[in-house]
Design a protein around this ligand. Structure first.
Ligand SMILES: Nc1ncnc2c1ncn2[C@@H]1O[C@H](COP(=O)(O)OP(=O)(O)OP(=O)(O)O)[C@@H](O)[C@H]1O
Ligand SMILES: [Mg+2]
Length: 232
């Protein structure tokens, strides 16, 4: 057990300070985040809600270093993403962060197990180790039977669990999950949520976007994103 003193000085796992993100489409500029502030301690389980278009997915992408921050900064364990080189950012994304995108983003030409193993492939693991670790992760999520299916042959809920396995196969410090239960019925949602709670119990910090109050109830804290800012 860490002492209270140590906890007090440890920086937050995720910190956003006055973060602004803009998207440009032709001459139109959309300010998706307008001064977002957030602090998430290591091991916390945070739910994020808010109206459609308010900036929730952008917020997760900003934490993963996947969008350009025009103002403010994102820090992970006290370290600003701004100070990282492209290759440091890439390594951080591959090893420290697991992300489940809103539309899962499975690679259509790879089988389920190849999708799960893809981050390990990128990280230079040998192909038999990639396969065995991918299958082990799929077993953990109860989907080993889907290993050789192609994404188009999977239901929405199955695709979600494959995307979750892919996010978790690297054993990340942080899981970013964008409406992970959006396409699931109540029973399937509860299964996924108990997996997330178990992972959180093992120490993974979770930031999860959800519109569903029953799902958010699994988290320790809920914040809202409204017009690109965070309301605690
Ligand atoms: N790639 C993009 N290019 C231009 N505008 C974008 C892009 N992605 C998002 N936006 C805009 O930025 C704003 C925030 O989008 P974001 O996807 O973060 O919202 P959200 O809260 O996740 O919404 P939802 O609940 O519908 O998923 C919206 O106005 C959206 O139209
Ligand atoms: Mg979204």
């Amino acid at each position: 057990m860490r002492s209270r003193e140590v906890d007090n000085v440890a920086p937050p796992r995720v910190e956003m300070i006055d973060v602004h993100v803009e998207y440009r489409r032709g001459r139109v500029e959309i300010e998706a985040l307008r001064g977002a502030n957030l602090s998430v301690a290591a091991g916390e389980f945070l739910a994020i809600n808010g109206p459609s278009g308010s900036g929730k997915s952008t917020l997760l992408r900003a934490v993963a270093g996947l969008c350009v921050i025009s103002e403010g900064e994102v820090k992970l364990d006290g370290r600003s993403l701004r100070g990282m080189t492209e290759s440091e950012l890439a390594v951080m994304r591959r090893r420290d962060i697991g992300m489940v995108h809103q539309l899962f983003n499975l690679l259509p030409d790879l089988s389920a197990s190849e999708n799960v193993g893809f981050p390990l492939d990128l990280d230079g693991f040998k192909s038999d180790e990639v396969r065995s670790r991918a299958i082990a992760e799929m077993e953990r999520l109860g989907i080993a039977g889907l290993a050789d299916r192609m994404p188009e042959e999977l239901s929405g809920g199955e695709q979600l669990r494959v995307a979750l396995a892919r996010a978790l196969v690297v054993q990340p410090l942080i899981l970013l999950a964008d409406e992970p239960t959006g396409a699931l019925d109540q029973e399937a949602s509860q299964k996924v949520m108990s997996i997330l709670r178990e992972l959180n119990g093992q120490g993974i910090t979770i930031l999860m976007v959800t519109h569903n109050p029953d799902v958010a109830a699994y988290a320790e804290r809920t914040v809202s994103v409204v017009d690109g800012a965070i309301i605690d």
